[in-house]
Design a protein around this ligand. Structure first.
Ligand code: CA
Length: 234
């Protein structure tokens, strides 16, 4: 559910939009001119603005620029003009997305959902976690420190890089090729390089390939790091 401002001078299109958006449980306010739109965004908080480009008082591009001058609310341009260069220009000028008229309700809903998701994501964007945790492992990429169950691990640079890279994707099988490229910065190499480092790393984690806890090798596929399964009571 979002609060939506519809800026549309065509009464027919406007009523249809209001009806569809209301049915989709959004709260809607609507105006028919750019100046009214500016007044609305100055007074109310909206989650998204749907802006018709063909308004009676101001050119759409001008209206967008003025809107952007006072708010960073997501704006979806609704345009009858199927003019690619114009659309690209508007996206560069601060529109978040666009729809070419006539558009379906489903299309509008999908665009709105995407824009809202992006806006909400950007607003609550947490800083990247400074410490990666996987089970009892805590890896601090900035300080280049790693602990297992509270005990500091003494890792070489490469072992640390390997562990940190895998810890950033817990539970994901990382292909060997990707490890070579990301950890060793090599586009090719032999698997032995990885195997040797993996076995050193395993020893430091107190596990073996035969009895893995954190580091799992999938033969011919890649490697993944995941928290060990809880101990089964004996
Ligand atoms: Ca219009």
């Amino acid at each position: 559910m979002a609060s939506v401002l519809v800026v549309e001078d065509d009464q027919f299109v406007r009523s249809a939009l209001i009806r569809h958006l209301t049915e989709a449980s959004h709260t809607v306010r609507s105006v028919g001119t750019a100046l009214e739109a500016l007044r609305e965004v100055a007074h109310f908080r909206f989650d998204v603005v749907i802006l018709d480009l063909g308004l009676p008082d101001l050119d759409g591009a001008e209206a967008l620029k003025m809107l952007r001058g006072i708010t960073d609310v997501p704006v979806i341009i609704a345009t009858a003009r199927d003019d690619e260069s114009e659309i690209v220009r508007l996206l560069n000028d601060g529109a978040d997305d666009y729809l070419t008229k006539p558009f379906s309700v489903e299309h509008l809903s999908a665009r709105m959902a995407a824009v809202l998701r992006r806006a909400r994501g950007a607003g609550n964007e947490a800083p990247p976690p400074s410490v990666l945790r996987v089970g009892g492992l805590a890896i601090d990429p900035l300080r280049r420190q790693a602990e297992l169950d509270g005990a500091t691990l003494d890792l070489t640079r490469r072992e640390f890089d390997l562990l940190a890279f895998l810890a950033g994707r817990p539970g994901v099988v990382v292909p060997r090729k990707e490890l070579l490229a990301q950890v060793w910065q090599q586009s090719y190499g032999d698997d032995q390089t990885i195997d040797v480092h993996l076995s050193w790393l395993r020893r430091k984690l107190g596990e073996t390939a035969a009895r893995p806890r954190y580091l799992h090798t999938l033969r011919g596929v890649g490697v993944k790091l995941q928290p060990p399964a809880p101990e089964q009571p004996a």
